[in-house]
Design a protein around this ligand. Structure first.
Ligand code: AQP
Length: 340
């Protein structure tokens, strides 16, 4: 595997979905790859942010990276807006990407909602900036949650069209790395909706800043259905949840997937462990496991946020390293385009 790049937006309320779908995988990849992890603040301002809160949220994402186990001596950790190659390459890619491609992006449609005319132009071109983030480092692999799959396909299209338009083999075609049993963690209040930072209900998600009591309350109140936990007949030939249970018991599937991702046990093992048990029993076990996993991260994040100078040092070092990789790539891209 080549170079790994990924990012997290500093939009507050970092949650279990961000951890299991992305950050946990960032940690495991760093052992045998060159990894670059970014706090994508330029993406964050595609929707309105309070400047003071944004500043804090940037450090909070950096703290979450380090507290989760990303080693700043091994991996590059930096803030997107501090490396100008992202914005510069995004402009070139804005002239490569086609409007028709952007019109198909479902995340824009979801986030812009009915008030589309009022959405920022930045929200519309968000996936183009994401392509620039990745390709400014010639990254070949991008660990993300399942919701980012379509954006990564667009990054591939942009790389291919750039190469075709200018008759070069310059930008690599990036592979998404969507791994683990929680590639799409769903809301604790509604198993059909993604767990998300912007959900109005704090009970919909486990935040990385939650106390053990918060976690217990949220898991106790998590939506379930009246049946006991399913037996092994809910799995298909490949030991994955079958269509029927995914459609009819999304909350049970979600909680079992979360347990499986936290315990690093496969779906079959987890389903047999809780087969036909009551949710009250299962929720106690899930609570214990969630607290065991999240509390040390929360504690470490608090410690890091109390000594901001340590985090700032990591981000400064990361910015310089990121610049040293991206600058020559941007320079060559400009030459290919014909800039003087
Ligand atoms: N529910 C999720 N399950 C699995 N992975 C998830 N990710 C986000 N939500 C889930 C992954 O986390 C990484 C960072 O996400 P992001 O901060 O860049 O933006 P997002 O995907 O828009 O996150 P949210 O929480 O859903 O925020 P809002 O509410 O603002 O839309 C990405 O790799 C993402 O796939």
């Amino acid at each position: 595997m080549g170079r790994v790049f990924s990012g997290v937006q500093p939009t507050g309320n970092l949650h279990l979905g961000n951890y299991l779908g992305a950050i946990k995988n960032f940690v495991s990849l760093q052992n045998d790859h060159e990894c670059i992890y970014c706090v994508v603040d330029m993406h964050a301002i595609t929707v309105k942010q309070d400047p003071k809160i944004l500043k804090n949220n940037i450090l909070e994402v950096a703290a979450a990276f380090v507290a989760s186990g990303i080693n700043p001596d091994k991996s590059v950790i930096f803030v997107q807006s501090q490396v100008s190659a992202h914005a510069e390459l995004a402009w070139i890619f804005n002239c490569v990407a086609r409007l028709g491609w952007l019109n198909r992006m479902t995340q824009f449609k979801e986030k812009a909602g009915k008030n589309r005319e009022n959405a920022s132009a930045g929200l519309y071109t968000y996936p183009v900036l994401m392509a620039a983030d990745i390709l400014a480092y010639h990254a070949t692999h991008v660990p993300v949650g399942d919701d980012q799959r379509q954006h990564l396909e667009l990054a591939r299209d942009i790389a291919q069209k750039f190469n075709n338009d200018f008759q070069v083999e310059y930008f690599p075609v990036t592979e998404p790395v969507i791994m683990g049993n929680a590639t799409r963690v769903m809301s604790l209040r509604d198993g059909k909706n993604k767990m998300s930072k912007s959900d109005m209900s704090d009970y919909s998600r486990l935040n990385l800043t939650d106390s053990a009591d918060d976690i217990s309350n949220k898991i106790r109140k998590a939506k379930t259905d009246p049946l006991p936990l399913p037996d092994l007949s809910c799995l298909d030939n490949e030991d994955r949840f079958n269509e029927d249970i995914i459609i009819n018991r999304p909350e049970a599937v979600n909680l079992l997937n979360i347990y499986s991702a936290l315990s690093n046990e496969n779906t079959k093992t987890v389903v047999s462990k809780f087969s036909e048990k009551q949710f009250s029993f299962f929720k106690n076990e899930l609570n214990q496991l969630s607290v065991e996993t999240l509390s040390p991260i929360t504690r470490e994040m608090r410690k890091l946020l109390d000594d901001r100078s340590f985090l700032e040092e990591i981000l400064n070092k990361g910015r310089d390293k990121a610049n040293s990789i991206a600058e020559p790539i941007l320079k060559e891209a400009k030459e290919i385009v014909g800039f003087y």
